[in-house]
Design a protein around this ligand. Structure first.
Ligand code: ATP
Ligand code: MG
Length: 781
């Protein structure tokens, strides 16, 4: 009698089993979301171990995030029925490369081809890994040492270029002639200098981890061969998001025994902006002739409505492999679509909806908070939700970053506000006295402390005395004087009726130099921090004054706990890759936000298609309930602007969508306004608009154009054209220093600096010019 298959095989469908049991030779599993690729990959590891084909340390298994690696380890233990010890080569590309590089660091020299062991400078195995801040500081030093004006040629631009080369596995000696002009023709030479400097410092940056290992493999066939033999089996998840360096690394390692199994989905490639090449997956069969290709079509994650909605959206992309998915799941809920008056309303509604879904609502089963996730396009969108949830005491976790009010820049800004409202807040004073840098080091701060103590006054008063008495010397004295005077002035302004507390907040952040500090900061995080500061000012709106806001935050922060227990998850769409939740909320589906303004401004479709894949990733995270929403109005730079629903909303197939009515409409209560096809039912509202919410809803409903053409009426809210000014401002934030852009009149160029809506651009033909952002576009690749 045949033995019963092991339980982990029993759980798989025939196609998955084929992928798991075809152990020899290359295997490609190319399949849509939720078809069990990761599950099959995990089962394959178990199968390799179970059949004795490989020991745990002979399997190389690459995941996209550390979280995914941990999950895979857990699942493997679960399937094996025992904890797996010693799977050292299960991890991300980076974590695996760190291990490899520590073993062979000494082979990395100035000139990798001529290594003589023990001769010349080389990397040592205790090398440090630089973060982006260190990397930039180092590049800046090099740029300045070369006498290059780093205002015109920001170091950050050079960093981006070098990262790009590293993603393409290009060492300084391999830069192609077509790239010779990079960074004003100094790029290649500075890249070489940077690599030499790193070596002297016994340091590597992130991109080096892969690049160096690839270099070692390419220059030391003996070492490569050793690992080719050692890693008997190679497995890769999310293959569609590998870049050239990762691809080369894999190909080198697999070219011996060719036991490589890659899984991926071309429709979920969302890291093109970071150098990933979806072409890698499409080329697999060419690279590994005779590859066994397995296609999975049964989806085990989502309901038919959710799948069909996702399928409808992704169909808008060209050049896909095209995959049909089916499921045995019950029809379930249609994808729910709802328009709101503004972003705050959207957050409020989602908060209430989450609360009622815990008890079971509208005929749905009850859900735990752990079952629910909110997936946003840009991290600054999180603030509205965090604020709302803190207010109503709804536990949440932010995946992939700190919570809003815990972010450094938010704490700094709030310390300024606290000090303005209560000048005796010594903790706040300590936090900001030298932020931004005012030349007030430890010694100066100790002097202030002493004077305050001796006089029995607050630190701020102590500082005032210190300035008066001349107790602090040098440039710090002047800066401290300005801070003291500034705080007094802002304090008086809290009583000024003509200045709103939002305006005051902006004045404080500007005049204190805090905003400028981040504007001058060239780290990749700086633009996000500036966005967050804008969000903070926006958050003030629902309060009467600064004090009320501060009380609110201290109360909610006090309430907030790291307590165990169920929590709603909030994360970006990028961070949600590979995950699944029974209930998913997708807010902010508005043109300019999602798809991003930048992708819309590009003349080609590349950016837009990547956004569409992101939409596909978002919808397919949902198992049972998927709710898409948009707001009719958002505050952009302190001004209310009408928003248009995302073009992706229009791409949702009507028959799989249910339009929800916001509360307060039609006499309140929730209820379906019918499918989108039934949107005409809203026509009845055009005559008797009762509330602003009603207005927004009609204008923003995806069927408003259809309505309009039927009724021959103008839309009720601001016409789209009047937004042009704001779109420009949007565009500003969408650009970055170092970015290559195109201008109608001056041609191609690179952004040197950003000032409000003006960009300083070094044009390739026309020289350096200041132009208005609205006239430029991201350059087509
Ligand atoms: P993504 O493309 O989003 O990464 P995926 O293809 O990796 O998705 P998995 O995460 O492996 O899909 O699986 C999706 C869900 O389906 C999981 O909950 C998994 O446990 C379940 N599943 C996968 N295969 C089967 C099967 N044969 N029988 C039952 N459930 C399955
Ligand atoms: Mg997966």
């Amino acid at each position: 009698m045949a033995a019963r298959p092991a339980p982990y095989l029993d759980e798989l469908n025939p196609a998955q089993r084929e992928a798991v049991e075809t152990l020899d030779g290359p295997v490609l599993m190319l399949a849509g979301a939720g078809t069990g690729k990761t599950k099959a990959l995990t089962a394959r590891v178990v199968h390799l171990l179970n059949t004795g084909r490989a020991r745990p340390n002979e399997i190389l298994s690459v995941t996209f995030t550390n979280k995914a690696a941990r999950e895979m380890k857990n699942r493997i233990s679960g399937m094996l029925g025992q904890t797996v010890e010693g799977m050292p080569w299960l991890g991300t590309f980076h974590s695996i490369c760190v291990k490899l590089l520590r073993r062979h660091a000494e082979l990395i020299t100035d000139d990798a081809d001529s290594v003589v062991e023990g001769a010349g400078p080389h990397l040592k195995s205790n090398f440090t890994i630089l973060d982006t801040d260190d990397q930039l500081r180092l590049l800046k030093q090099l740029v300045q040492a070369e006498g290059i004006d780093d205002k015109r040629w920001p170091a950050r631009q050079l960093a981006n270029i070098i990262d790009g080369w590293k993603n393409r596995a290009l060492t300084p000696d391999k830069i192609p002639a077509s790239d010779a002009g990079a960074y004003n023709h100094r790029g290649p030479q500075l890249y070489a200098a940077y690599q030499r400097r790193l070596l002297e410092l016994n340091a590597v940056d992130f991109g080096d981890l892969l690049l160096h290992v690839v270099t070692i493999f390419q220059t030391h066939p003996d070492i490569l061969e050793k690992y080719q033999r050692w890693f008997r089996y190679i497995l890769v998840d999310e293959y569609q998001d590998t870049n050239v360096a990762q691809y080369l690394w894999l190909r080198l390692l697999a070219s011996g025994h060719k036991n490589i199994c890659c899984v991926g989905d071309d429709d979920q490639s969302i890291y093109g902006w970071r150098g990933a090449e979806v072409g890698n997956i499409l080329r697999f069969e060419k690279d590994f002739p005779g590859a066994h290709v397995v296609r999975l079509e049964q989806n085990y994650r989502s309901t038919p409505h959710i799948l069909a909605a996702a399928g409808g959206v992704i169909r808008g992309n060209q050049g896909r492999l095209g995959k049909e998915l089916w499921t045995e799941a019950q029809q379930g809920e249609k994808v729910r679509l709802i328009g709101h008056w503004d972003g705050e309303e959207e957050a409020r509604w989602i908060g209430e909806e989450i609360e009622s879904m815990q008890g079971g609502t509208r005929g749905m089963r009850p859900y735990s908070l752990d079952d629910m996730a909110i997936l946003v396009r840009a991290s600054h969108q999180m603030r509205a939700f965090e604020d709302r949830f803190l207010t109503i005491g709804l536990p949440y976790r932010v995946i992939g970053g700190p919570r809003f009010y815990e972010r450094m820049e938010i704490r700094d800004a709030m310390a300024y506000f606290r000090l303005v409202v209560s000048p005796t807040d010594d903790l706040a004073f300590e936090r900001i006295v030298n932020t931004p840098k005012r030349g007030l080091g430890d010694k100066a701060q100790q002097t202030i402390q002493r004077i305050a103590r001796e006089n029995g006054v607050s630190l701020l008063d102590g500082a005032a005395l210190a300035v008066e008495q001349g107790a602090i010397k040098g440039k710090g004295a002047k800066a401290l004087g300005e801070l003291v005077v500034g705080l007094a002035r802002w304090g008086r302004m809290t009583g000024d009726k003509d200045v709103s507390h939002m305006e005051l907040a902006e004045i404080i952040l500007d005049e204190s130099g805090y905003t400028t500090m981040w504007q001058n900061d060239k780290t990749p995080e700086a633009p996000g921090r500036l966005e967050n500061l804008k969000e903070l000012v926006k958050a003030l709106e629902s309060f009467e004054n600064l004090q009320g806001f501060l009380e609110h935050v201290s109360l909610v922060m006090d309430n907030e706990s790291d307590a165990e227990g169920a929590k709603v998850s909030i994360m970006t769409l990028h961070a949600a890759k590979g995950l699944e939740f029974p209930v998913v909320f997708l807010p902010g589906w508005e043109d300019g936000l999602f798809p991003s303004q930048r992708s819309m401004d590009e003349s080609g479709v590349k950016g837009l298609e990547e956004e569409r894949r992101l939409a596909y990733v978002g919808i397919t995270r949902a198992e049972e309930v998927c709710t898409i929403s948009f707001a009719g109005n958002r505050r952009v730079f302190g001004q209310w602007q009408s928003q248009m629903p995302s073009r992706f909303v229009d791409e949702l197939p009507e028959e799989h969508v249910e339009v929800l009515t916001p509360p307060g409409l039609y006499g309140g209560g929730y209820g379906a306004a019918g499918g989108m096809g039934g949107m005409g039912g809203m026509g009845g509202m055009s005559s008797g608009l009762e509330s602003r919410a009603a207005e927004a809803n009609v204008y923003n409903s995806p069927g408003w154009k259809r309505l309009q053409s039927r009724q021959g009426e103008r839309p009720i809210s601001q016409p789209r054209e009047s937004r042009s000014q704001v779109i420009d401002l949007d565009a500003v934030s969408a650009h970055t220093v170092g970015e290559r852009v195109f201008h109608q009149k001056f041609g191609y160029g690179t952004i040197l600096g950003i000032e409000g809506d003006k960009l300083e651009i070094e044009f390739e033909k026309a020289g350096t010019k200041k132009v208005v952002a609205r006239f430029i576009h991201a350059a087509d690749d």
